[in-house]
Design a protein around this ligand. Structure first.
Ligand SMILES: [Zn+2]
Length: 140
């Protein structure tokens, strides 16, 4: 047990913690559920930084790297966090056409882990284990 977030179960003789975060001794492999594409999950994946200029801001938009009008899909690989200035500058163009840096993470792990982020509102003790969540997001 790494975190006890929920108190204890008590029997007349014994007290058992109720774990909120545990470390597994071995990895349990299971199919990865397809997470739904949400603004918050994209922003968290991108660490609340604009993927064009790198600026950290609370004022982000979702940007389709290849614009939707040009056939760009609405999926994890094609949607990134962008600040309003970069989104406006890029408009309906590809990064190359707009002479902007192409988001760098697109070849790595594009989809975040299953969308458990909404639990973080109630499970305070989980937050320190989620990369990017310790950024001051203004909605804690
Ligand atoms: Zn930007």
């Amino acid at each position: 047990m790494l975190e006890n977030g929920r108190g204890y179960l008590r029997s007349p003789a014994l007290v058992f913690p109720i774990p909120s975060v545990i470390r597994l001794i071995y990895v349990i492999r299971r199919p990865r559920p397809q997470g739904r594409l949400s603004r918050r999950d994209v922003f968290l994946r991108d660490h609340y930084a604009c993927q064009y200029c790198g600026r950290h801001t609370h004022d982000l938009t979702l940007d389709h790297v290849i614009p939707r009008k040009r056939g760009g899909p609405h999926d994890w690989a094609n949607v990134v966090a962008a600040c309003k200035a970069c989104n406006h500058r890029k408009a309906g163009r590809t990064p190359e056409e707009a002479h902007m840096r192409s988001p760098g993470h697109r070849s790595v792990d594009l989809q975040p882990l299953p969308s458990f982020y909404h639990y973080l509102d109630s499970q305070m003790e989980w937050r320190k284990f989620v990369p990017g969540y310790d950024v001051d997001l203004g909605f804690s």
